[in-house]
Design a protein around this ligand. Structure first.
Ligand SMILES: [Zn+2]
Ligand SMILES: [Zn+2]
Length: 316
């Protein structure tokens, strides 16, 4: 491999940022347009079902595949299931698995301290979206070294552009095919599927995932206040983000496969992992015992200020 010159690196960063900008702004514009269509009743139930189905699949790909399976190694499964969830995660258009893992592990390593890629200590907007548009770039050579020999993850990451194309084309073709017999035919269905199952769904997946970084480090409860960060449990994000909103639980026990720790902490990703376990398709499912949870919760009551002090010292 040859070393790139500073000019080449700069150009590489510029292209990378331009692509990020396109994939951040494009789906958002589509959402705005989609809302006007919804207003004018130019959307049918089929479009919305396809949008919802692709949302659930790609969001589960992120939460189960990218996050719990590959980043935190919270459980073990067979390679075809691993491949399925990694492909589904790639359909969310949040970067390749290797890039996603590296960014997320850097967040865990430096949570709300200097170097955290997306801490709301630098502003809510920065945590939600701004960090992607700045100079930050992921460091797989530091934070995703455990994936260097993982052929499956490497192959699916290197073919990320293909999955982006599939992510936009598949709902379009599906909607077109299902609409073939109705007025407007394949063409109208294709366009509706591209807009709703593709762009609008990508926009929703983006903002709900990013809410974990912004909302779940700003609003909500901190039952495990001893964690050295501002992570919070948020019911709304918990429901919408397939269980990822129980973010204080997650920062307290990062390798736990289930982020909802009680029956009322809705965690759809955990239900899917439980089902896989029941079907003997998942093993070594990590979960802290009740005693370990209680020990950390109790530390909360004796050291709440200490944890907050640590964060504010770094921020100042
Ligand atoms: Zn976090
Ligand atoms: Zn995590």
């Amino acid at each position: 491999m040859t070393e790139s010159s500073p000019a080449q690196t700069k150009r590489g960063i510029e292209w990378g940022h331009l692509l990020t900008l396109i994939f951040v702004v494009g789906p958002f514009l589509a959402l705005t347009f989609g809302i006007t269509q919804l207003w004018n009743r130019e959307v049918n139930a089929r479009d919305l079902v396809i949008c919802g189905a692709f949302y659930v699949l790609s969001a589960l790909g992120i939460t189960i595949g990218f996050h719990r399976l590959v980043t935190h190694r919270s459980f073990v499964t067979f390679w075809p299931i691993r491949a399925l969830f990694l492909v589904l995660g790639s359909l969310a258009v949040e970067g390749s698995a290797v890039y996603w893992v590296a960014t997320h592990l850097e967040h865990h390593a430096k949570s709300d301290r200097e170097g955290d890629p997306h801490s709301p200590r630098e502003g809510f907007w920065h945590a939600h979206i701004g960090w992607m548009l700045g100079a930050y770039s992921a460091k797989p050579e530091v934070y995703a070294r455990h994936l260097e020999q993982d052929r499956l993850v490497q192959i699916i990451s290197r073919t990320f552009a293909v999955w982006v194309a599939v992510s936009l084309a598949l709902p379009a073709v599906l909607d077109g095919w299902l609409s073939a017999g109705s007025p407007g035919g394949f063409g109208t269905g294709f366009w509706h599927g591209f807009l709703w199952g593709g762009l609008v769904r990508v926009c929703l997946t983006h903002h709900i995932t990013w809410s974990v970084n912004s909302i779940c480090h700003t609003f909500g409860q901190r039952p495990f206040a001893a964690t050295r960060d501002t992570s919070r449990n948020n019911l709304l994000v918990g429901i919408l983000a397939m269980g990822e909103g129980w973010h204080n639980n997650h920062h307290a026990f990062p390798s736990a496969a289930y982020h909802g720790f009680t029956w009322w902490q809705i965690d759809v990703s955990a239900y899917v992992i439980r089902l896989l376990k029941l079907l003997r398709l998942a093993s070594k499912v990590q979960m802290p015992g009740l005693e370990a949870q209680e020990r950390l919760r109790t530390r909360v009551r004796t050291l709440p200020q200490a944890a907050e002090d640590q964060v504010s010292t770094v921020a100042s």
